[in-house]
Design a protein around this ligand. Structure first.
Ligand code: K1U
Ligand code: ZN
Length: 175
């Protein structure tokens, strides 16, 4: 398993619409392993493949918040989609591994039903609320090139974009 470098704002790859996975191959299994390793190392509770530069509809998640490796509850979602969403909305403070150290409250449906294929090729449907519901919506947004800052006011979004563009320029100069 390999920890892969994260794609950071304002990288334009974060705006790509990722492609469906046609077949579960060894490459997909390796990608999922590397995504889990990268997610746990960050640390994060979710990761979409585009966050490591791969435009495929693959997501990893673990919202168990277990410190111990033996208690982890890793999930690998292939071609995930939201089947239904509650009308009720909840506010959750979100972060993003591609927008480090920036957190803001976002309002989303409180409960969702989602469908995905697992690594064994089985179709799974699951209900979610709490952090799992927020996380799966955040990750599916990544597959569609949507970031949580898109739900903020233009003023806040412009501020964060300017901050990360400046940081990228500084990096360019020192590289
Ligand atoms: O997709 C990502 O960028 C991962 C992101 C997922 C997420 C978190 C919170 C709300 C919505 C979506 C993160 O994992 S940010 C890091 C984080 O939340 C966290 C890190 C360590 C322990 C617990 C949470
Ligand atoms: Zn994110």
């Amino acid at each position: 398993m390999t920890i892969r470098p994260l794609v950071i704002l304002p990288d334009s790859r974060l705006r790509l619409v990722s492609k469906p996975v046609e077949r579960i191959t060894d490459e997909i299994r390796t990608l999922a392993d590397d995504m889990l390793e990268t997610m746990y190392h960050a640390p994060g509770v979710g990761l979409a493949a585009i966050q490591i530069g791969i435009d495929l509809r693959v997501v990893t998640m673990d919202v168990s918040k277990s410190e111990a490796e033996g208690e982890r509850q890793p999930m690998v979602l292939i071609n995930p989609e939201i089947v239904s969403s509650s009308e009720e909305l909840s506010v959750y403070e979100e972060g993003c591994l591609s927008i480090p150290e920036y957190y803001e409250e976002v309002e989303r449906p409180t409960r969702v039903r989602f469908r995905y294929m697992n690594l064994e090729g089985a179709t799974v449907e699951q209900d979610a609320d709490g952090l799992l519901a927020t996380c799966v919506q955040h990750e599916i947004d990544h597959l569609n090139g949507v970031l949580f800052i898109d739900y903020l006011s233009k003023l806040k979004r412009d501020r964060v974009m300017t901050k990360f563009k400046k940081a990228a320029k500084r990096e360019e100069k020192t590289a």
